[in-house]
Every structure is written in C-alpha cells, then in structure tokens.
Design a protein around this ligand. Sequence first.
Ligand SMILES: Cc1cc2nc3c(=O)[nH]c(=O)nc-3n(C[C@H](O)[C@H](O)[C@H](O)COP(=O)(O)OP(=O)(O)OC[C@H]3O[C@@H](n4cnc5c(N)ncnc54)[C@H](O)[C@@H]3O)c2cc1C
Length: 407
Amino acid sequence: MDGYLTRRPHEQLRAQVRSFITEEIRPRLPLKGVDARTDATLIRRMARKGWVGLTIPKAYGGRGQGHVAKLIVTHELARVSPGLAAELQACQLGLAGLLNLGSEQLKQTWLPRIARGEVLPTITVTGRDSGSHIKGITATARKDGDEWIINGGKAWIGASHVADVHCVVLRTSEGTGDNCLTAFLVEAEREGVRLLPHQESVALQGFSFGEVHFDDCRIPDIHRIGEVGEGEAVASSSSILYGRLNLGGVALGILEAILDTVVEHTTQRSLYGKPLIKHPVVNDQVGEIQANVTSARMLAYLAAHLLDRGEEADTELLTAKYKIAEKAVASATLAMEISGAYALFPDESPIAQLLLDAHAMRPPAGTPGIQRLRLGQQAAGLAKGVPWSRRFASPRHSGVLERLTGD
Ligand SMILES: Cc1cc2nc3c(=O)[nH]c(=O)nc-3n(C[C@H](O)[C@H](O)[C@H](O)COP(=O)(O)OP(=O)(O)OC[C@H]3O[C@@H](n4cnc5c(N)ncnc54)[C@H](O)[C@@H]3O)c2cc1C
C-alpha cells in the first residue's frame, strides 16, 4: 500500500513523481557535496511541474490539489532523497503565509509566479538567538514613511541559497507581547539582502539550508504580509498547517528508506547458514520498523486528509510531525544495530546517513519538546486561541475531494 485516503488524481501524481525520481533524481545520486547555491536544477524542475504550488488555488494559477497531494510529493521524494524533499517542502512552506494572510495585491503578484515555478519562496523566521522562542526574534523592521528598513540575521533557512523571495518575520515593537512581530515579502535580489557562505550540514545531502542577513534593506509597505503585529500568526499558521505535515512527510520517506535498506540487508546477508531475517530477534526488530512505517503512514495521511476536508486537525498535525520523526529516529537506531559494522561505512550502507537525516526532522516546525508542550496544553484545555486549522480551513479541493468522500 502506497498511501491512504487517496484516489486516482493523487495516484496519478504519485506516478508522475516516481517517474521523475527514476529519470531525473536517481542518476544524480548521491547528492553528497552538491553545492546547493549553484545546483538548483532539480528543485527548479520540480517547481516548474507545479509541485511547489500544489496548494495554490486554481484562481491564482495553482493546481488546487491540497495537502494529500503535497504529502505524496514530499513522502515519495524523501524515500530517495531526504535533502531534495526538505528543499521542496521548504518552498511549499514559504507560500503559506502569503496564502493565509497576504493582501490581494501580493497574492495576485506572487502566487501565479510561484505556481508556474518561476519563483521559489522561503519562510524566514528563525534566528540564532530565537528558535522555539519566536518572540525572542531580534532582527528588526523599522517604519520610515511608506517603507520599512530591516536589519538582522536569520539562520537555518530552508532553500535559503536557491530562493528568489523570502517571507521574513521581524520584530516591529519591543517586548514579547502578542503583536511584537510582523511579516514581509523580501526579494532575494533586493539591495541589503546578503547570504552567508553556505555550509554543508551532516544531514540532508543537497539541501540548501543557511543564513540570510539584512543590512539597512528597504522594502515598501505593500510588501507587508498581514497587518502590523500579525507576524506570529504568519509564522505559526505556516508552521502548523504546512510545516508539521511537510516535515512529517519527509520523515515518513526516511522511515520507508530505512525499512527498504533493512529488508534488503537481512534477506541477503546470511549468518549460521540462514538469512539474517530468519533469526527471531532480527525478525522482531524488522517487525518493529514495519509497524513504525505503517503507523507513520496512517498519521500523515489522516492529518492531510482532515486538512483537505477543512476540518480541525491541529492535534493530528502536531502528533504526526512529532511521532513520525521519533519513529524515524528509533527505527534508524534499530537499523544501525541490525546492520552491525556495515552501518558504519557509507559506501556499504546508507543507514548512518538516514539516522542523521531522521534527527534533522526533529528541530524544524517545533522540536519534540515543543510538540509535547502543545499537546499537553491541548489535553488540559490550556491551548490559547482558535485552532489554526479552524481559522484557516482549507477550501474543499474542487472535484478531487468530492470524489474522495462521496460528498
Ligand atoms: C532541517 C531544518 C530545516 C529548517 N528550516 C527552517 C526554515 O525553512 N525556516 C526557518 O525559519 N527555520 C528553519 N529551521 C530552524 C528551525 O525552525 C529551528 O531549528 C527550530 O525552531 C528550533 O530552534 P533551535 O534549533 O534554535 O532549538 P531551540 O529552540 O534552541 O531548542 C533547543 C532545545 O530546547 C527545547 N525547548 C526550547 N523551548 C522549550 C520550551 N518552551 N519548553 C520545552 N522545551 C523547550 C527544545 O525542545 C530543544 O530540545 C530549520 C531547521 C532544520 C533542522
């Protein structure tokens, strides 16, 4: 079984992604050492297929296919290249704020270009001084007539070195009140935008993932996303409605790659005259990884399906991102044990790389500690405000969902 809660248009998309993987991605693997600044070929080709703009409504030139479709693409790509899947999902995440809170003028200008794959967006929130603590952001925007002057640095930004436009969340007033942040759209080529030299991370080969700095960068007020003071809403709605499922999808692909690797190893390697899988302890460990894959698929596809139906899904999204990433780390650790010394040599086994890739799914869109904090608050009725999935309920995705649900 490939996924759940999918029908023909979804499976047609899955087939398209698989043939792209076979023809375009596999011949270029491994992406080790790829300089994401100069080799943006694959991400741009995927964007031109409409895979960044899958959730952009047709009225803005997008495919209007929704979150299950988006999940299919990240999930399938991550099974083969977690780094490319991370890059694509970062661009998908970059359009969420614009879609949810952007002015009509901004949407008309940018969404069709993103949908056509001409423009790659990022979500640029985190600073070295403010990860989970979003209200600790120190990069600022100061109003000057009809413009804003922005200063400060952002770190660990997905697709940083390939993007054309950044959706940036900045401090616009002192303190940690509810309205201290505001979001803006800033073109990568604008004067005052500077990229720090790209550093290769130990995880997610081929992922452009770096630092963007602003030095007295001037942007017009019409580039503001949402009202002044709505920056946290832009960041949180993007993270919860897009980021959690996107990272859950990448973690799901990583989990499947772990299972594929372990099955190949345990059926081909023999010990004491029989394949490793025939030894009960190993069989039990492989069974645990299979259970992790199956439950991760259910979590991810159910959360995406609820979003597409326009139903409340904040708890399911939190749980999916948290649990799938944890299952990926736990499965990779078991796979290391099963693979013995083989796991320590990258030319013989991808397991150690997959373990690092699984760990990379933990910090973004809410660390495990933050997900548990939010889930605990929800359980105790302490969560504040209207759930994001209710506030920005997806329009039902014309045709596709009606056929899916029989509504
Ligand atoms: C693969 C990847 C992609 C990313 N992509 C982007 C991107 O596109 N855009 C972007 O803006 N950022 C991005 N990031 C950055 C990401 O958002 C941050 O890593 C994340 O917000 C966590 O911040 P941090 O790493 O500084 O960890 P910290 O926030 O410093 O957390 C460190 C530890 O403290 C714990 N902790 C922190 N606060 C609390 C609390 N209140 N209660 C309990 N425990 C707590 C955490 O659980 C964690 O264990 C990405 C990161 C990664 C790894």
